[in-house]
Structure formats: structure tokens, C-alpha cells
Design a protein around this ligand. Structure first.
Ligand code: CP
Ligand code: NVA
Length: 306
């Protein structure tokens, strides 16, 4: 029984194995109907509970479809309409759900809730995004980079925009996979110092600046995300500070030829990314979204492995 809470906690060899499994399962079911199970149905009779304290489209659907494809089932709990929303403790919720389901995925307002759930659950707990990190997303992103012919070891990734939860998970992954990160954020929106320092101490090559053009120069991939994450309340100042960090054709032109554009979605077209980049030939954002299913199937089977 293993929790999947953050990429920095998982042995690099396991992360590599998860990515191999994701690629393999995707290839093995080419031509299958979306809801048809994989030939080996590794999670037959298993049930995953997914809990959402925040909105979701991709995470919600991809975990449900992932479980169907693995031969199991998923159910959705909205925090607001369950007893969690009326004050039942996370610890008691963990104890109850552990008697009823085989694994729990949580999308939480606070990372502390995820840690509390994992502490009291006796079944695997998976991080489906918190204020601090989004590890499932980064596995899908790394899978998409590899599908695009980019070797992760030595790859140069450029992050432009807000130093948010998605960037933190990229930093958690950087030492394990050996890619570098050139990060451009406005002042006040840089990633947390502790995350940067820990990744560097583990051997990651991370450059921080406030200059998008410099960060993107020589990049194999340009990556951004919304300027206002769920839970952010300082909308006005964010929009103003982040305005110069939009990814448009002019910025993409500074990256390597053949560089790909990634965005975890949902995108705010005309804000952090232009329509022309989102819909252009370098954009892999819809492969990236689909890969949430394949990457999470590998995470789920990893959680159940002895
Ligand atoms: N990228 C992502 O996690 O999307 P959702 O918020 O729609 O789940
Ligand atoms: N940074 C975004 C990611 C959404 C998938 C948020 O936390 O809202």
C-alpha cells in the first residue's frame, strides 16, 4: 500500500517505471473503445473514491475513466455535499472511506488536508491537486514530452508565469528525471524558496529570473498555467503583474525549433496564452490532457503493487 502524495517522495526508479507503464498501457489499448478495460484488468473489483474540494474537469473524468480501463470503478464525492462540508473531520472521513473503498484521490484546498487524509487512511491516497502541488499533472506532462521525441534527461524546460502548484511539482520531478527548468516569473510570484533550494540540493538545474525571453531561449518546451489559481484572491494585482508573461507567437519563436507548448488546462485564452499558440502546431495541450488518463493508470497500479 503506497500513497502518491508528491513526486519528491517517490524513488526516481519508481517514477521512471510509472512513466514506462503509462506509455505501455496507452500503446497496448490503441483502437479500444474509451470505456473498454485493458486486457489484464489489474484493478478488477477495486473502487476509487475521488473527493473534490475544488472544481475539476480533467482530474475528475480521467480518474473515472482510468479506473474503468483498469477494470475497476470510481465514485465522486463533492466535499460541499458530503459530510466533510458539514465539518466531519478529514481523519474520520479517512477511517470511514478506508472501510468502503480501495483507494482515495483528494483534490484539496489545503495540502495539510491531504497529509491528514494520508495519515489516517489505511488505503492508498493520491494527490489530485492541492494549493502546493499537482503531481499527477506533471507525470502526464512528462509523458507528453517523451511522446514528442524529447529525452527528459538534459531537456530544457521553460516555465513562464506564476510560480504556482504546477511549477512546484515540476521542481519535485526535475532531480529525478534530469531536466533543467528556466523559470520566469514577475517579482512576488516566484516559486517558494524552499522548493527551489531542495530541488537544487538534489541536483536539479533551476534558473530563476523575471525575464520571459531569456527563460525561453534554447528551451525544448514552453510551459505556462493560469495566472489565477483556484483559491487565489488577489486577482487584480496578479493580472497586472503577470500581463507581460503571456505566451504568444513572438515568445514561442525564441524557443528551440520544434519546441512544444504545454499547459495543464483550463487555459484562459488571451491571458496567459494566445489562441494562436494554443491552437498552433507546437501545442500539445490536448495530448497532455488525454495523457492524464494513461499516467494516472500507472500511478494507480503502482499504489497497489506490493
Ligand atoms: N489540469 C487539471 O487538473 O484540470 P482540472 O482542474 O480540470 O482537473
Ligand atoms: N494552478 C491551477 C491548476 C489547475 C489545474 C490551480 O491550482 O487552479
Amino acid at each position: 500500500m503506497r500513497h502518491f502524495l508528491d513526486l519528491e517522495d517517490i524513488p526516481p526508479l519508481d517514477l521512471r517505471a510509472i512513466l514506462y507503464e503509462a506509455h505501455g498501457r496507452k500503446k497496448a489499448r490503441a483502437g479500444f473503445a474509451k470505456g473498454a478495460p485493458d486486457a489484464d484488468r489489474p484493478l478488477e473489483h477495486r473502487v476509487l473514491a475521488t473527493i473534490f474540494e475544488k472544481n475539476s474537469t480533467r482530474t475528475r473524468v480521467s480518474f473515472d475513466i482510468a479506473m474503468r480501463q483498469l477494470g475497476g470503478n470510481a465514485l465522486v464525492l463533492d466535499a460541499a455535499t458530503s459530510q466533510l462540508g458539514r465539518g466531519e473531520s478529514v481523519a474520520d472521513t479517512a477511517r470511514v472511506l478506508s472501510r468502503m473503498v480501495d483507494a482515495i484521490m483528494l483534490r484539496a484546498n489545503s495540502h495539510d488536508s491531504l497529509l491528514e487524509l494520508a495519515k489516517h487512511a489505511t488505503v492508498p491516497v493520491i494527490n489530485g491537486l492541492t494549493d502546493k502541488s499537482h503531481p499527477c499533472q506533471i507525470l502526464a506532462d512528462l509523458m507528453t514530452l517523451e511522446e514528442s521525441g524529447i529525452t527528459l534527461k538534459g531537456a530544457r524546460l521553460a516555465w513562464v508565469g506564476d510560480g504556482n502548484n504546477v511549477l512546484t511539482s515540476f521542481m519535485h520531478a526535475a532531480p529525478a528525471f534530469g531536466f533543467s527548468l528556466a523559470v520566469a516569473t514577475p517579482r512576488g510570484y516566484a516559486p517558494p524558496d524552499a522548493v527551489v533550494e531542495k530541488a537544487r540540493a538534489a541536483g536539479a538545474d533551476i534558473t530563476l529570473s523575471d525575464d520571459a525571453a531569456t527563460a525561453v531561449g534554447g528551451a525544448d518546451s514552453v510551459i505556462t498555467d493560469t495566472w489565477v489559481s483556484m483559491g487565489d484572491t488577489d486577482v487584480g494585482p496578479r493580472m497586472q503583474a503577470l500581463g507581460p508573461y503571456a505566451v504568444d507567437d513572438a515568445l514561442m519563436a525564441k524557443a528551440n525549433r520544434g519546441a512544444i507548448f504545454l499547459h495543464c488546462l483550463p487555459a484562459h485564452r488571451g491571458e496567459e496564452v494566445s489562441d494562436s499558440v494554443m491552437d498552433g502546431p507546437q501545442s500539445k495541450v490536448f495530448d497532455e490532457a488525454e495523457n492524464r488518463i494513461h499516467a494516472q493508470k500507472a500511478v494507480l497500479t503502482w499504489c497497489f503493487r506490493d
